[in-house]
Ligand binder design. Structure first.
Ligand SMILES: [Zn+2]
Length: 263
């Protein structure tokens, strides 16, 4: 479902303008700094603290579909992809204003799923569509699969996706109300109450009965944060943190089930 990866802006050497061949300065400092970092093909983090050893997949009753802004898709600091690592049934769609993704439209028409658009309830014009977590639990009790549609981008991008996607207009809107403050260290949020995409998914899963999936995603997010932040200071993590150790333990327990008792 993922689109072919375009060139990673943090690893692309921007020494020359491809159109003119003229030298050009890096547009932003973080690109210049990231340009010299060797990245893992598996997790796209700097190889110094690769995330791959901690990757654990699990299951959940509710599913996640990511509607990802194209400018967000290729950023190694994007956390939406962490959800897809932990919950393999996650669907990822590139958002385009003019052409809705055919795969997404097909899923929206599939009666097995009941999708909710995750968005704040702070504007008056769609209050009639706003529901709370009890609606998600009710969907499960009725034998359907609830789906969290996460608008994956900056705050401005998410608002644009919400407003410019007519195929979302008929869906219930589920706001996330939580006291949790963000633990994301890789970008500076406008406010500590602005959670990143993986954190939003973890909170929604926890509030609607998928506690194990929420715990695994939270630990994987913490491992991502710690690994990436350390690599920015060229620091090699030599002792796994508590979340990392829990993920390693889960992997050990998971592989133990795969051992054939007959030898
Ligand atoms: Zn890796």
């Amino acid at each position: 479902m993922m689109a072919p990866q375009a060139r990673d802006p943090e690893t692309t050497h921007a020494a020359q303008d491809p159109a003119t061949g003229h030298p050009r300065p890096p547009r932003r400092e973080f690109k210049a700094r990231g340009s010299f970092v060797e990245r893992c093909d598996g997790c796209r983090l700097p190889v110094l603290n690769c995330l791959c050893p901690y990757r654990v997949s699990t299951t959940s009753e509710a599913e996640v579909w990511l509607l990802t802004h194209p400018l967000e898709h290729n950023k190694p600091t994007n956390t939406g992809r962490l959800i897809a690592d932990v919950l393999p049934q996650t669907q990822v769609f590139d958002w385009h204003r003019t052409a809705p993704d055919a795969g997404l439209l097909a899923l929206l028409a599939d009666r097995r799923y009941v999708p909710f658009v995750i968005f704040p309830d702070d504007q008056p014009d769609y209050q009639h569509r706003v529901v709370d977590e009890r609606a998600v639990v009710g969907v499960k009790q009725d034998g359907f699969i609830p789906v969290f549609i996460l608008l994956d981008g900056t705050w401005r991008q998410a608002r644009r996706i919400f407003r410019k996607s007519p195929y979302l207009d008929g869906l219930p809107v589920l706001p996330l109300h939580t006291d949790r403050l963000t633990r994301y260290r890789l970008r500076k949020p406008a406010s500590a109450s602005h959670l990143c995409t993986a954190e939003v998914a973890a909170e929604l899963l926890r509030k609607t009965g998928d506690g194990v999936a929420a715990d695994v995603l939270d630990d994987y997010f913490d491992a991502f944060n710690e690994s990436y932040a350390a690599s920015r200071f060229y620091h090699k993590i030599d002792k796994p943190s508590a979340p990392m150790q829990r993920l390693l333990d889960r992997r050990m327990a998971g592989s133990a089930h795969l051992v054939d008792p007959r030898g």
